[in-house]
Design a protein around this ligand. Structure first.
Ligand code: C2O
Ligand code: CU
Ligand code: CU
Length: 494
């Protein structure tokens, strides 16, 4: 710690007005993963430095008059290993779509995969026929035209396949990318940009005998979801990135099917959290670690002031245990195991980071005090099946009707010993409270969210209001195996 300039560090934290909450510091201590009830445990081996590969950045494209063609192909997943993958426009990860708030989004999807396909713009609130509901999936050879205007807050969104019963497989094979919405308010803040902005999709993968990712869910994978011991970033196994000292903006998506990450820096310095699913927070917060379930995003500043050439900082997932969690065999036992996700190798000294304003944004969103109605959704997993309120998904059954514009309190009840990252389409909600388990709203759940992680036996209450469009949308678990097995409900906004 002493190698960092004390002066610049203090200044920086002062402008950002934060300190590390005691609770998250405690979490850093990390127990060895203790998903109980299984003798065989899979331990992620530490990565030897020579076995890391340069991070790839996705090509940036404007989603205007764009055709995205999905097709099978191969990609270098690190170290020259060519893996069979599914790509959009020949790219793994899928292209990064970058659009300005208020701009038109015009994309034609072409499906050259051997399966039906539909794409969903996760976190955006387009009209319902533009949202990628699985009822719009098109067969091989078909195409689907998207055309809407992006009214959503600037932020870190993403897109992926939403084909019923194939979302897990298609996303795992590569059909998914980041979608960044830019806007004036954000640009006025002077956040790090250009080379100092790093959009990254973090994923875990299981490798076959030839060293390429395999997707073969069976047995316990169908309960816990599909996990693997290898860290991937933007489609590259065990990635590293060369950086300079100073400030970086890391825009992170947990793009895993089932794995939860608890992100932290290896040097013990805090993460500076500036945004999440729904864009910037009101104020930056410094935290020792951040938990991310599948589909959650965080926008983080990394302060590398004072870092010396040759220094290495690892962005890792530190270990955690799931209290009350179920035990599993094999890959499914990986939840909570530590993982070295992204290695930052310091190249050169750069000028110290500029000060940033304390206040980042005005968040808005539904006010829980205005709620006119309450509903409960019970997420349960039994006998290799996953239910919401006791039912599994049916394409044409409306599960809940919600009046447009009303503020409601929704209670997401996790009645199982498995984590469920719960996601709602077409709006963002505010997390109001959590009972059971962690028993509080976490720092990274402030602001606006579209996905919230329920650990075993937690109940999370959110304030919800649909103000964009009427129509048929979805509420589901974003553990993709759970979703594919029916942990999904149709929400009709009337
Ligand atoms: Cu990320 Cu319904 O999706
Ligand atoms: Cu979504
Ligand atoms: Cu689930």
């Amino acid at each position: 710690m002493s190698r960092f300039s004390h002066l610049s560090r203090r200044q920086f934290l002062r402008v950002l007005g934060g300190s590390v909450p005691a609770a998250t510091v405690g979490a850093m201590a990390g127990l060895p993963a203790l998903v109980s009830g299984c003798e065989r445990s899979v331990v992620a081996s530490p990565s030897p430095a020579e076995d890391r590969h340069p991070l790839r950045l996705a090509p940036e494209i404007e989603p205007q008059n764009l055709t995205l063609t999905a097709a099978p192909g191969t990609a270098d997943v690190g170290g020259g290993v060519e893996a069979p993958v599914w790509k959009l426009n020949e790219s793994l990860p899928s292209p990064l779509l970058r659009v300005r708030q208020g701009d038109r989004f015009r994309v034609t999807m072409r499906n050259d995969l051997p399966q039906d396909l539909i794409l969903h713009w996760h976190g955006l609130a387009p009209p319902d026929d533009m949202d990628g509901h699985p009822r719009f999936a098109v067969p091989p050879g078909g195409s689907y035209a998207y055309d809407f205007s992006v009214e959503d807050r600037p932020g870190t969104y993403w897109y992926h396949s939403h084909t019923h019963m194939h979302t897990g497989e298609q996303t795992y094979r590569g059909i998914g990318g980041l979608l960044l919405v830019d806007g004036d308010e954000e640009e006025g803040l002077g956040l790090p940009g250009g080379e100092r902005e790093i959009p990254i999709i973090l994923q875990d993968r299981r490798l076959g005998g030839d060293g390429t990712p395999v997707y073969t869910p069976f047995g316990p994978d169908r309960m816990a979801g599909y996990m693997g011991p290898e860290p991937f970033g933007n489609g590259i196994r065990r990635p590293y990135l060369e950086v300079d000292s100073g400030l970086y903006r890391l825009r992170v998506l947990n793009g895993s099917n089932a794995r939860i990450f608890r992100l932290a820096r290896s040097d013990g310095r805090p993460l500076i959290l500036i945004g999440n699913d729904g864009g910037l927070l009101e104020e930056a917060q410094t935290v020792a670690s951040v938990e991310m379930g599948p589909a959650e995003r965080v926008d983080i500043l990394l302060n590398l002031d004072g870092a010396e050439p040759g220094e290495v900082v690892m962005i890792r997932s530190v270990s955690f245990s799931l209290q009350g969690g179920m035990g599993f065999m094999g890959g499914a036992n990986l939840q909570g195991q530590p993982l070295d996700l992204l290695e930052l190798r310091v190249r050169e000294r750069a000028p110290e980071s500029p000060s940033l304003p304390t206040r980042l944004s005005t968040v808005g969103g539904p006010d829980p005090g205005q709620a006119v109605r309450e509903r409960s959704f019970r997420f349960d997993s039994r006998m290799m099946n996953h239910f919401i309120n006791g039912r599994s998904f049916q394409m044409d059954r409306v599960d809940v009707e919600v009046p447009f514009g009303d503020t409601e309190l929704w209670h997401f009840v996790n009645a199982s010993g498995l984590p469920h990252p719960v996601h709602l389409h077409a709006t963002h909600f505010r997390v109001v409270s959590r009972r059971g388990g962690r028993n509080r709203v976490m720092a990274w759940e402030e602001g606006l969210k579209d996905t919230v992680l329920l650990l075993p036996f937690e109940t999370v209450t959110v304030a919800v209001r649909f103000t964009a469009h009427r129509g048929l949308y979805l509420l589901h678990c974003h553990n993709l195996e759970h979703e594919d097995m029916g942990m999904m409900a149709n929400v009709l906004v009337v």
